[in-house]
Design a protein around this ligand. Structure first.
Ligand SMILES: Nc1ncnc2c1ncn2[C@@H]1O[C@H](COP(=O)(O)OP(=O)(O)OP(=O)(O)O)[C@@H](O)[C@H]1O
Ligand SMILES: [Mg+2]
Length: 251
């Protein structure tokens, strides 16, 4: 389907945000069409995590707009809202670091993920286990005892327990062995096929663009390039900057 023909689930316009005195994002604009996968790539320190955190209410917004559209396409401004309220509105995030409660069991992690949306717990629990069958066998294990890939699956499960229509993923493949990275990318695609829109930041630019409907390149807190995932993979400038040896920004 032509990506331009879809309505948006998220629209960010002219977003400015930062820490302390310093501004990090200098007017970022992106959109996430409903049920799509959108990739954000860019060099270290370009503001990718800051972008996801400000969308999810973890970094305060200093300018611009962040709008989530509900199932009836009614716009809701996320500016000034806290993460818990944002989760309840249908958006959740798997952060770059510390994305599971290490001292809790897998089951407790899933239960924690369910807190902002209390209704139909049993139904959501069944759906999450169906989507992530791998975690069925580890429900009573402490998250700290799991491998990196297993932990990432639990982090996905925890986020899915809130029944999000949009999931933000910050470098889900980071620090994982190549085969496990492949599992993370294919699982991301499966979750998307269940109807969840995905906005993901990745260092593995080529693999991420390969599953993305659309991609954005950030540089120093600004939009640098954008295009469909397929067009970006073939774009000489993207290749030069990020895909050259296939490993430049991935090392
Ligand atoms: N909590 C913080 N306090 C102050 N400055 C921060 C904080 N977090 C990030 N920064 C700064 O903001 C800038 C952007 O950081 P950010 O983490 O958003 O980049 P990134 O694109 O996600 O990088 P990476 O690829 O390394 O994850 C960097 O200069 C960083 O040092
Ligand atoms: Mg980051």
């Amino acid at each position: 389907m032509n990506i331009d023909a879809r309505s948006d689930v998220l629209k960010v316009e002219g977003l400015k945000a930062g820490y302390g005195e310093e501004n990090i994002l200098h007017g970022i604009s992106i959109r996430v069409p409903r049920r799509s996968i959108v990739a954000i790539i860019g060099p270290n320190g370009s503001g990718k995590s800051t972008l996801l955190k400000s969308i999810y209410g973890l970094v305060s917004i200093r300018g611009g707009s962040v709008t989530l559209f509900d199932a009836e396409e009614k716009p809701v401004s996320l500016v000034g809202k806290r993460s818990n309220a944002i989760t309840a509105l249908g958006m959740n995030m798997v952060p770059q670091l510390a994305n599971v409660f290490a001292d809790m069991t897998v089951l407790e992690n899933l239960q924690m993920g369910s807190l902002p949306a209390r209704h139909k717990y049993a139904e959501r629990y069944e759906r999450v286990l169906d989507a992530l069958p791998l975690i069925k066998g580890m429900l009573s294990k402490r998250a700290a005892t799991l491998s990196g890939g297993q932990r990432q699956m639990v982090a996905f499960g925890r986020a899915l327990m809130s029944d999000p229509s949009l999931l933000l993923l910050d470098e889900p493949s980071a620090g994982l062995a190549p085969m496990v990275q492949e599992e993370i990318f294919s699982k991301t695609r499966e979750i998307n096929a269940l109807g969840v829109s995905i906005l993901m930041v990745e260092q593995r630019a080529r693999q991420c663009l390969a599953i993305a409907d659309y991609g954005y390149v950030l540089e120093q807190g600004r939009n640098r390039l954008e295009g469909t995932g397929a067009a970006m993979i073939d774009d000489p400038e993207v290749i030069r900057l990020y895909l050259g040896g296939g490993k430049k920004s991935a090392a």
